[in-house]
Each structure stands twice: as C-alpha cells, then as structure tokens.
Design a protein around this ligand. Sequence first.
Ligand SMILES: Nc1ncnc2c1ncn2[C@@H]1O[C@H](COP(=O)(O)OP(=O)(O)OP(=O)(O)O)[C@@H](O)[C@H]1O
Ligand SMILES: [Mg+2]
Length: 415
Amino acid sequence: MNFRNVIGQFFNDSYFCGLDIGSRKIKACLFYVRNPQDLDLLAVSELDTKGFQDTSVNDISEFSSAIGSTVDILVKKTQIRFRDVYLSVGGDLVETRPSRAVIPLAERGNKVITLHDIDRVRSQARILGVRLDDDVLHDFVQQFRVDDVNIALNPLGLYGRKLEVESLLAVTNVTRMRNISKAVKQAGFEVNKIFFGAHVLSEALLDKRQRLDGAVLVDLGARSTQVLVYKDGLLKNYVRSDFGGEDMTLRIAQTLGVARDLAEDIKRSYARVSEAKSSFEDEEILIKKEQSFVPVKRLLLNNTIETEVVRLVDLINGALRDAGTSSAFKGGMVMTGGGCLLPGLAERVESACGLSVRLGRPINGLNNAAAFCACTSVAETAYKGSKRYIFDSRKPEDWWQAFRTRLDEICNEYF
Ligand SMILES: Nc1ncnc2c1ncn2[C@@H]1O[C@H](COP(=O)(O)OP(=O)(O)OP(=O)(O)O)[C@@H](O)[C@H]1O
Ligand SMILES: [Mg+2]
C-alpha cells in the first residue's frame, strides 16, 4: 500500500460510488482513486427502477431492494466493501428557479471583491430563492453585476460598492430526498451527498474551454430530456422537457400493436433515425404477434419514432435560440442518456442543429457508456470536491499560493 492510499484510508475516500436514480433504470459505478488524473472505473451495474414512480418512492422496500441489488453487483464484481454512495438525481425530482441577490460591499468608496463576497452573494441568492421544503442542489451563476453597470463573468478582484448575482437554482423537495436516502440506508449504504445530474454531467463532460467557446449538453433519458447551453463560461439556458426514449417505445408499441417490452426490444434492435433515403428501409423485420410472425417494414418503424426525433431537434434549437447568444458554439454538443444510443440520432442532431455532436465519454468494453454518464460523472464530481482531491492535486507551491491568496483576501477585507 503506497503513501497516497494510506492518506486515502485516513480520509476514508479511496473509493467513490456513483448512484443514478433514473425513471427506468438505476445505475451504479465504483471508482478507485489511483491518482488525481487517473480514476480507475472498477465496475458498473444497472437494474430496472422499482418502487419509485413519477417523483416519489411509492414502495420503499421494493425501491430499497432495487438499489441494494444494483450496488451489490458492484460489491460482488470488485470484492470491495464500501458504505458511502453519491447520488445523482434529475428529471422531475429537480425544479429550476431563477433567483437574484445584491449585497453591499462598502459603505463609502469601494473595495476589492473577494471570494468571500462572491460566496456571500451566491448564498444570499440561494436563501432568497428557496421555499420552506426545498433543498438547493446547485446554483448556476448566470451573471454577476458590479455597481449596476459592470457585467462581469468573474468579478473577483474588481473594485465595487455593490455586487449582484443572477442565478438559476436547481432545487429539490426535502421529503422526497429523505425518502430516497432512507431507501439507500435500508439497502445497507449511506448517501454521502446528493448532486444535480445535469450539473455533474456538465462538470465531467464539458471542460472550461468548451464552456467559454460555447457548448451544449443534452441528456436524453427515458422520460425526460434536459438541454444545457453554455457560453462565456456560464450557463445561458437550461431547458427540460417531459419526453424521452420511453415515448418512442410507447409509440412503436401503439403503431405495431405489441406489448411495451417487445416494442423496447424492437426499438433497440432495429429502429434507426432516417437520413435521406437509406437502402435498408425497404427491408422487413419479423415480429412475433400472438402465435405468428408478422413482417414489418423498417421504414414504418423509423417513421414511427420520427415525431420524437423532430421534438428533440426543436427542443435543442429552441434552447440555443433562447440562450440569447447568437455566435457559434465552437465547443460542440455532448449527448448522454440511454436515448442518445439510438442509431443515427447524433448524426441527425448534428445536421439539424449545426453543431458537432459526440456521445458522452466512452468506457472500455461498455457499448452503452453514454447511458452511464450521470452515474460516472457524479462519482468523479464527488471526488473532485473531496479533501482527498485537494490533498492529491495540490503541489507544495499550490498550498503556498492558496495561503497567500487567502492572506490577500483578509487584508482586502479588513484594511
Ligand atoms: N441501444 C439503445 N437504442 C435506443 N434506445 C436505447 C438504447 N439503450 C437504451 N435506450 C433508451 O434509453 C432510455 C433509458 O435511458 P436512461 O437509462 O438514461 O434513462 P433514465 O435515466 O432511467 O431516465 P430519466 O433520465 O428520464 O429519469 C430508454 O427509453 C431506452 O429505451
Ligand atoms: Mg437519467
């Protein structure tokens, strides 16, 4: 065991388990911290979501056993015992709400804005934006304003008399989260922290440069789709809609007159987003209906999902339009969630939205890695927010720099 691991044991965080509660699937993953740049993904697992419907736990024992079985697969695969899990939630569980706050900086004259001032104004916006039974999962800063005139991307170090922030709060209901945490506890694990899925996805999949140049993140789940538009390093627009891969499945079930589960299989095996006219659209597939097999044209199948594809493209284009920034998005688009695995979808979105599109980060040996992004991203983000990461990634000169910055801030604050 090397020195880092000994320290890791001391902080009790050499292993990071991410848990993503989706409307159809519960996904889990386990990372081992080898070094700050190199997290080892040891295992992933996925099972159907049970005991949880719409936005609430409706059968805690069923839900808890679904969570337990999903996480136990990781334990069996890796032979590693752990207690803490980091939870990613999204979809209907999270509501977004704009908020703003302004704080005075100096009674007379002006003063240099410090990190402490920025934290203060953000926390003020969080307090003003929440209701009694809300919990803020994340606040996306959309704009800072110094003295009503100066719009700043980062006000740190500027002179000013008052500081204002416009934020978008991602809030969730305290009772619902307590019920989910209770189910995790009943399964034998502990929720260490809850994260907003869209936030951790952006953290893990869009780097600083992309967010400055303009970039888009799309998460296409089973029942919800989220679009996040970044420009100049800030979130310019967030849109969520109540449709996803499940709507395509149900439409196939209705058109072909088959059960939902068979429609899901047919979709995954044969459906494809049409380009112009592709050769295999004239092909027929055989589907089992009652006791016999019935031929179905692939063209019919592809046309069936077209409504949802157009809906997705319109949602993304609308989000780009409403972001209020007309220039190009050089950082491109990243698509995640199981729905984006539909063959031909990324290509269609690319041509219809005019942005280069890639699917969420690949994982060796896993052909549906894009569906696991929310789960892997939450574990990575949890690690990057941990004491372990600060210890691992800071060199001696960084500690010295951090000390000097803090000292400067204290001097600016009080003298
Ligand atoms: N290979 C595939 N081809 C097409 N669709 C797929 C494929 N694999 C998964 N899907 C679809 O992805 C959806 C599930 O995605 P995901 O697991 O991201 O959803 P979820 O996280 O449970 O839902 P949500 O985020 O809405 O709560 C389903 O509708 C499923 O049909
Ligand atoms: Mg999801």
